[in-house]
Design a protein around this ligand. Structure first.
Ligand code: HEM
Ligand SMILES: *[C@@H]1O[C@H](CO)[C@@H](O)[C@H](O)[C@H]1NC(C)=O
Ligand SMILES: *[C@@H]1O[C@H](CO)[C@@H](O)[C@H](O)[C@H]1NC(C)=O
Length: 527
C-alpha cells in the first residue's frame, strides 16, 4: 500500500508538471477557491483515497462552506477539476452532453464491464439503445412488471427467505434479500429469464462490478491488476459468456417462432401462444435494433447493471430509515392500511402519487439522503465557460456530489440533514415533486435515467407489501456506545466503497410477521 501510494505520487508529480502548460481554470481571471486543507502538490488526493463515506461527508462540508459557488479540486495524475453546486451550472452540464461528456477517465475504467452498452456509449449507438429502452418501458410492460413479475418473484424468493428467518429466529441481511429480489426482477426485464443472484453468473457479475468500482479509487489499477487481476478476468469471462449465451438463445427462439408462424399461417391455428404473452422483453427490442450480438449482450447487461444495485440499495436505505424512524413507518402503514385493501393483489393504479402520496414521499426522502448514485463525474471535450463564469479548459473534470447536493440547506432548509418525508407534501397532503435541478438523483436532460418510473413503482410496491407483512428489527451489534453521561449513542450506518451506495456490512435484521388485525377488523366494520 505504501509503495503503491509512493509510486502514485511520483508518477503524479511528473504528470502534474507535464500538464501545467495547459490553460488554467479561472473565473473572470481570478483563481477559484480551494477546499480547506488542500495540500501544495497533493491537492485533495488524500481525501479521495479515504473510505467513500468520509469522502461524501467532506463533500457535504465543502457544500456548507461554499454554498452554490463552484470550487476547484485537484488530484495528482488526474486533470484539474471543479465541483459544481448550483442548479444553473448543473442544468448547463446536463443539457450540454456534447461538450461535457463521460470522459476517458470513466470509460477506461468501466469499459471491461459495460462494453458497447448504453452507459459507455455516445452518438448513434447511444441513441439507438436509448430508443430501444424507451420502446421497452411502455405502460403495458410496466403493468406486467409490477402486477405479474414483482409479485411472482417476491412470493418465490423474498417471502420464502423471510418466512424461514421468522421460523428459526435467525438474523438476515435485508440488503442481500432485496438484492436477490431486484436482480431477479430486473434480470427478467432485461433477459426475459430467471437470473439467480447466487448462480455462477450472479456471483461473477457481483465480483466484476465491485472490482470496476475499486478502479475509481486506485489510480494505478492497471498496474496492480497485472498481479492481482486473475479472478477479475475470470469473472468478466463468465459474465461475457453468459450474456452471449442469452442472446444466442433469444435469437434462436425468435427464428423458431418466426418459422412456426410461417408454417401455421393460414390454417387458423392460434393455440400456441408465445411464452409470456403480456411481457415484451428488452432483449427483443435490442435484437430488433442491433445486428451485432455483442452489442445486444452488452446493452442488456448495462440495463441489468443500471437497474439492480440502484434499486436494491435504495430499498435498503429506505427500510433502514424506517427502522430508525418508527413514527414515519407508522404514517406509511396508516396510509397503506387505508388505501390498499388486498396487499396480495396490488393494482398499478394504486401505486400512483395521487393514491399513496406519503408512501412515495417516504421513498423520495430515502433517495434524497441516500442517493444510490452518490456522485457524478464528467469531462469537458473542449474549452467551456459555465453560466457562473467559470472557465474550464478541454479535458477538465466536472464533479457534482448528489449526496451533498441533496443535503443543501439552500434547497431543503435548515432541517436538510433530517429524515422528514412530510417535506415532499403540500398542505393538502399532495406530493410536490422537485425538478432534477434540485433533486438530481435520477440525472436529467437527454441522459436522464430510463428506469425512474420503474424504480418508483417498485419502491412503492415493496413498501406497500413489505411494511404490511413484516416487522423488521435492526440488529445493532457494534453500533451502540455509551457516552460520558451514560447516554446511549447509536451510530449511523455508512456506505461501502463502490460506484453506487451499498450499505457497509449489509443491514442485519430480525423479522417478525406483522400483526394485521387492525385493517381486517376495519374491513369487517366497513361491510
Ligand atoms: C433508485 C433507482 C435508480 C437510480 C437512483 C438511478 C439513477 C440513474 C442515474 C443517476 C443515471 C445517470 C448515469 C449517468 O449517465 O452518469 C441513470 C441512468 C440510467 N438508468 Fe437509472 N437509476 C435507477 C434505476 C434504474 C432502473 C430500474 C433501470 C432499468 C432497469 C435504470 C436504467 C438506466 C439506464 C438505461 C440509464 C442510462 C441512460 C442513458 O445513458 O441514456 N435505472 N440512472
Ligand atoms: C450549452 O452550451 C452552449 C455553448 O456554451 C450555451 O450557449 C448553451 O446555453 C448551453 N445550454 C444550456 C441548456 O445551458
Ligand atoms: C467505450 O469506452 C472505450 C474506452 O475509452 C472506447 O474505446 C470505446 O470506443 C467506447 N465505446 C463506445 C461505444 O462509446
Amino acid at each position: 500500500m505504501i509503495w503503491t501510494t509512493a509510486a502514485t505520487l511520483l508518477f503524479s508529480i511528473i504528470l502534474f508538471y507535464s500538464l501545467t502548460k495547459e490553460p488554467k481554470i479561472h473565473r473572470n481571471g481570478e483563481k477559484l477557491k480551494r477546499p480547506p486543507n488542500t495540500l501544495p502538490v497533493l491537492g485533495n488526493a488524500i481525501v479521495f483515497l479515504r473510505p467513500r463515506h468520509v469522502l461524501f461527508d467532506w463533500f457535504v462540508k465543502c457544500q456548507q462552506i461554499f454554498g452554490r459557488e463552484t470550487f476547484e479540486i485537484s488530484v495528482p495524475s488526474l486533470p484539474p477539476g471543479v465541483v459544481i453546486n448550483s442548479p444553473e451550472n448543473l442544468e448547463f452540464v446536463l443539457k450540454n452532453e456534447s461538450i461535457i461528456t463521460k470522459g476517458d477517465f470513466f470509460k477506461q475504467r468501466s469499459w471491461d464491464l459495460f462494453g458497447y452498452g448504453i452507459i459507455n456509449a455516445t452518438g448513434d449507438s447511444w441513441r439507438a439503445q436509448r430508443k430501444a429502452g424507451v420502446k421497452f418501458f411502455t405502460a403495458a410492460n410496466l403493468d406486467a412488471l409490477i402486477e405479474h413479475v414483482m409479485p411472482t418473484v417476491y412470493q418465490d424468493t423474498t417471502r420464502k427467505q423471510l418466512l424461514e428467518a421468522v421460523r428459526d429466529g435467525s438474523v438476515i441481511d435485508l440488503q442481500k434479500v432485496l438484492l436477490d429480489l431486484t436482480t431477479t426482477v430486473v434480470g427478467h426485464m432485461a433477459y426475459d429469464m430467471e437470473i439467480d443472484a447466487s448462480s455462477p453468473f450472479g456471483k461473477a457479475f457481483d465480483h466484476a462490478s465491485d472490482h470496476v468500482g475499486l478502479r475509481f479509487q486506485n489510480p494505478l489499477y492497471w498496474l496492480t491488476e497485472m498481479f492481482t487481476g486473475a479472478s477479475f478476468r475470470s469473472s468478466l469471462a463468465e459474465v461475457r459468456r453468459f450474456s452471449m449465451q442469452i442472446v444466442t438463445n433469444a435469437r434462436k427462439r425468435r427464428s423458431r417462432a418466426a418459422f412456426e408462424s410461417l408454417i401455421t399461417e393460414g390454417d387458423g391455428d392460434t393455440s400456441t401462444p408465445p411464452s409470456d404473452p403480456c411481457f415484451g422483453s428488452l432483449i427483443d427490442s435490442l435484437i430488433e435494433s442491433f445486428a451485432e450480438p455483442q452489442v445486444v449482450a452488452d446493452a442488456a447487461l448495462n440495463f441489468l447493471s443500471a437497474g439492480r444495485d440502484t434499486t436494491a440499495q435504495s430499498f435498503t436505505w429506505m427500510f433502514y430509515a424506517l427502522m430508525r424512524h418508527p413514527e414515519a413507518l407508522k404514517e406509511v402503514r396508516k396510509e397503506v392500511d387505508e388505501k390498499v385493501s388486498n396487499i396480495e393483489d396490488i393494482d398499478i393504479s394504486l401505486l400512483q402519487p395521487a393514491t399513496l402520496p406519503l408512501t412515495l414521499a417516504t421513498y423520495y426522502e430515502a433517495l434524497r439522503l441516500y442517493p444510490p448514485i452518490p456522485f457524478e463525474l464528467k469531462q469537458t471535450s473542449q474549452p467551456v465557460t459555465l453560466p457562473d463564469g467559470t472557465f474550464l479548459p478541454a479535458n477538465a473534470l466536472v464533479v457534482w456530489c448528489i449526496y451533498a447536493f441533496n443535503r443543501a440547506v439552500e434547497i431543503y432548509g435548515d432541517d436538510a440533514h433530517l429524515f422528514r418525508p412530510g417535506r415532499w407534501l403540500d398542505e393538502d397532503g399532495k406530493l410536490v415533486p422537485r425538478s432534477f435541478l434540485e433533486f438530481p438523483v435520477f440525472n436529467g436532460g437527454p441522459r436522464s435515467c430510463l428506469g425512474k418510473k420503474m424504480a418508483e413503482l417498485m419502491g412503492v410496491w415493496v413498501m406497500v407489501r413489505m411494511c404490511s407483512e413484516w416487522d423488521f428489527d435492526e440488529v445493532m451489534d457494534g453500533l451502540v456506545r455509551v457516552d460520558d453521561n451514560g447516554k446511549e449513542i447509536v451510530r449511523e450506518r455508512v456506505s461501502a466503497n463502490s460506484l453506487t451506495l451499498p450499505m457497509e456490512g449489509g443491514l442485519p435484521c430480525r423479522v417478525r410477521m406483522r400483526d394485521r388485525k387492525v385493517p381486517q377488523e376495519r374491513k369487517v366494520n366497513g361491510h
